[in-house]
Design a protein around this ligand. Structure first.
Ligand SMILES: *Cc1c(COP(=O)(O)O)cnc(C)c1O
Length: 406
């Protein structure tokens, strides 16, 4: 068996957490048994326990558990008072929910470009696209570190905009010593399985220091009813004050997340080691156009290697080459938000946000999770080197790259 492995290398899946879960199973089982005994399986005591633990971890005054990062964004925007016709400036390069949440909350997204040297919203572009109807700016903290929150704050103050953050990917990231999501009205966390703190299904949270935002979000997630609080269980027959939704968090997911939160810092260190290994092995490889800056940019600005996204010439062919050799990758993100079919009515065209479009054309996420082994990183890097060594295209000429997109 072992000898065979040497000749046919094991696949490197894009994502798995099975080893993490076997290691954590005793702690997880303890929390799940607690849930079973409590007898309330949705929006119960385990959720409150997780909210408290996350408040301690992030430093947020209020953490409100919901059933996904997407719902967290929608409810946060509603609680901040977003109304019909209000505009929210969002980056053109992000996950779809960054912009669709604005629509679902009753507003209109306005796109801005991202910075050329990173994936955060460009403050200069925010100033260029804002209109008199713009009320919010939503920086998004993608992949490795937060957006330039000093620049965002400056432009927001100048234009009179409120800041809300799509910090869905940003657990553990800090800027100016403060956790991502706590630099304006509030932010969100996603616990989708592949995220840095991933559940065994969907879950999310709103984090905020603002008590009014917290109160409205906690009512909206539960049919517009207040509760539960530690001394208000089960909070089922209270009056409906607002047209809310059912976005309660499952207690079983809260149990899983509590078990994993205990080793989050360790996982973050492991991710940083693996990311540094990728960077060391990919530096100088022809065809590699851009490697992420995963280390902190300055004191008190802490990045977290949630994924390892680098930019490559002939990205789609590289992804196919890797897939054929058993290496999983993902394209984060294949299409910029301003060119998504659901925003066709906004009238954008290719070329409107060149930095976002360039990122969509070249960015590829390589496998990165605490269970990944050093040898697997080395194998992925060797396959990438092989791909470019076997190619005779003029990689340095950008025009040669264009035709490779499918
Ligand atoms: C994952 C993610 C979301 C949505 O979170 P879900 O829990 O999957 O709904 C929103 N924004 C960004 C940037 C994300 O990465």
């Amino acid at each position: 068996m072992l000898r065979q492995r040497r000749w046919t290398p094991l696949p490197v899946p894009f994502f798995t957490q099975s080893a993490t879960f076997s290691r954590l199973w005793p702690v997880t089982r303890h929390h799940v048994e607690d849930v079973v005994e409590n007898g309330k399986y949705s929006h119960g005591r385990k959720v409150v326990e997780l909210e408290r633990a996350l408040a301690e971890y992030t430093g947020a005054r209020h953490v409100i558990g919901v059933n996904s990062g997407t719902d967290a964004l929608v409810l946060l925007l509603r609680a901040c008072g977003l109304g019909a016709g209000d505009e929210v400036v969002v980056p053109a390069f992000s996950f779809a929910a960054t912009a669709t949440s604005v629509v679902l909350a009753g507003g209109t997204p306005v796109f801005a470009d991202v910075e050329p040297d990173g994936y955060g919203i460009s403050p200069a572009s925010v100033a260029a696209v804002a209109t008199p109807r713009t009320r919010f700016v939503m920086p998004t903290h993608l992949f490795h570190h937060t957006a330039d929150l000093t620049g965002v704050r400056e432009v927001a103050d100048r234009l009179g905009l409120a800041v809300v953050e799509d910090s869905a990917e940003a657990i553990g990231m800090r800027y100016g010593g403060r956790h991502a999501g706590l630099h304006g009205f509030g932010g969100v966390l996603s616990f989708f399985p592949t995220k840095t703190l991933g559940a065994l299904g969907d879950a999310g949270a709103v984090i905020t220091d603002d008590p009014r935002v917290a109160e409205v979000v906690s009512a909206l997630r539960h049919h517009g009813r207040p509760g539960p609080t530690a001394d208000n269980f089960p909070a089922i027959n209270t009056a409906t004050a607002l047209p809310g939704v059912n976005s309660k968090m499952d207690d079983v997911q809260a149990a899983v997340l509590l078990a994993k939160l205990g080793r989050l810092e360790q996982d973050i260190r492991r991710r940083a080691e693996l990311a540094a290994r990728y960077t060391a092995r990919l530096t100088g490889v022809p065809g590699v156009r851009k490697l992420p800056e995963v280390l902190p940019r300055a004191e008190a600005v802490r990045g977290v290697a949630y994924v390892y996204v680098a930019e490559f010439a002939r990205r789609d062919e590289l992804a196919e080459h890797l897939a054929a050799r058993g290496v999983g990758t993902e394209t984060y993100y294949p299409l910029p938000l301003h060119l998504q079919p659901c925003f066709a009515h906004l009238g954008h065209a290719p070329g409107d946000f060149p930095n976002a479009e360039a990122a969509c054309a070249h960015a590829l996420a390589l496998p990165l999770y605490p269970d990944l082994a050093e040898e697997q990183v080395d194998r992925v890097c060797a396959e990438i080197r092989d791909f470019y060594a076997a190619s005779d295209l003029h990689l340095s000429a950008p025009a040669a790259n264009r035709g490779s997109r499918r």
